[in-house]
Design a protein around this ligand. Structure first.
Ligand code: BGC
Length: 369
């Protein structure tokens, strides 16, 4: 077992060298791709005479690859869309870490289009990249993505949009690095429970809120929506949902939804839950335009701890946010990728690696700025 893993690592190490030279300047064009039609490098190393010598040499390389995996190699990174505030922070962190370790890395913008991202994944495979890091456009496309990378035998780290454990179990060289979105929802609820009136500003015995949701196809949006309210009801509070609308993680949509709700429900709104900070910043613009004051006559919470949100928390214009640790997740993703490159495989049910969320309030915001 061990030996065969090593042989695969050996083949990958030699492939790494080939692809490093072949793909030095490549972007998304597969034109100069080395042997795109042979997805199983370990088995395609035939020719016995050369094989033994090559294998002996490559074994030495493989050993050093396993120990110091940062020594070069090509990595293809697919981001669901570049134009996403949180994923921009995440992408920058990934780039710095990967390039700092000597990898040649290419980032592709999926433009929120799964068909486009599928092409990008296929192009990376044709180019012979050593590893893939993928932030899927649609969680529902996970089966197809996993089948594709499995077929090409490419170690793959999925990030930010978590598939089910069952979907991931189809491929042992695949792992998800992210956060448990339930935790962030619970923390949002706790931020409200920690206020002086536990979110019941008008004292009528219930917390009346609006929920501005991310893309509901995504578990982060589903769980944050569910668990933020669950934290309130678990604490024995009565709740009233005045509105729930999808803002697709987008600042402008957050602003529009909050503006319309404030016009419709006025002072009835005590809490504005936003599944992320970018929508919360948009909602804040609407709240201020409506003459309302956060932490006095309305509460506002987000998730991510974007710089802009940290500034608003510090200034008292947001009740709080929850750190979605882009740096920690990027470090975790690269570490997992290097383990995969070193030959590690993941058992079914153990393919999700989580980084903790952290509550951010005016009391500790300085630690994050
Ligand atoms: C973040 C959002 C981001 C989304 C993208 C979430 O974890 O909180 O800000 O838009 O991921 O998938």
């Amino acid at each position: 077992m061990r030996l065969s893993k090593k042989v695969i690592a050996v083949a990958m190490a030699s492939m790494m060298m080939v692809s490093m030279t072949a793909c030095g300047n490549s972007n998304s064009e597969p034109a100069a791709a080395p042997a795109p039609a042979t997805p199983a490098p370990a088995e395609t190393q035939a020719a016995p005479a050369e094989t033994q010598a090559a294998q002996a040499e490559a074994e030495t390389v493989a050993a050093s690859v396993a120990e110091t995996t940062g020594e070069g190699g090509t990595v293809g990174v697919c981001i669901y869309k570049f134009d996403d505030a949180f994923m921009t922070t995440y992408r920058n962190a990934l780039q710095e870490i990967l390039e700092g370790k000597g990898y040649t890395v290419t980032f592709m913008d999926g433009k929120n289009d799964q068909a486009e991202q599928n092409n990008q994944i296929n192009n990376f495979i044709a180019q012979g990249v050593d590893a893939l890091i993928i932030n899927p456009v649609m969680t529902s496309a996970a089966d197809q993505i996993i089948a594709t990378v499995k077929d090409a035998d490419i170690p793959t780290v999925l990030i930010n949009r978590e598939p089910t454990a069952e979907q991931m179990s189809a491929y042992e060289k695949l792992v998800y690095v992210g956060c448990d979105a339930r935790q962030s929802g619970t923390m949002q609820g706790e931020l409200i429970l920690d206020t002086e009136n536990k979110g019941d500003i008008n004292g009528d015995g219930k917390i009346s809120y609006i929920m501005i949701q991310g893309d509901p196809e995504n578990v982060d949006a589903q769980y944050r929506t569910e668990f933020s309210v669950k934290a309130l009801t678990d604490a024995g509070m009565e709740v009233e949902q005045l509105d729930l609308q999808r803002g697709d993680w987008d600042r402008n949509k957050g602003q529009e939804i909050a503006q319309n709700d404030l016009a419709q429900f006025g002072d009835e709104i005590e809490v504005v839950f936003c599944n992320n900070d970018d929508m919360a910043i948009g909602a804040l613009q609407a709240i201020q335009a409506a003459g309302r004051t956060v932490n006095e006559d309305i509460y506002l919470v987000g998730v991510d701890a974007l710089d802009a949100a940290l500034n608003e928390v510090a200034a008292g214009n947001m009740t709080g946010t929850v750190l979605n640790d882009a740096q920690g997740q990027a470090e975790g993703a690269v570490a997992a990728m290097e383990e995969l490159l070193g030959g590690k495989t993941y058992a079914s049910g153990e393919q999700s690696i989580y980084v903790d969320y952290v509550k951010v309030t005016p009391d500790n915001v300085a630690d994050f700025q």
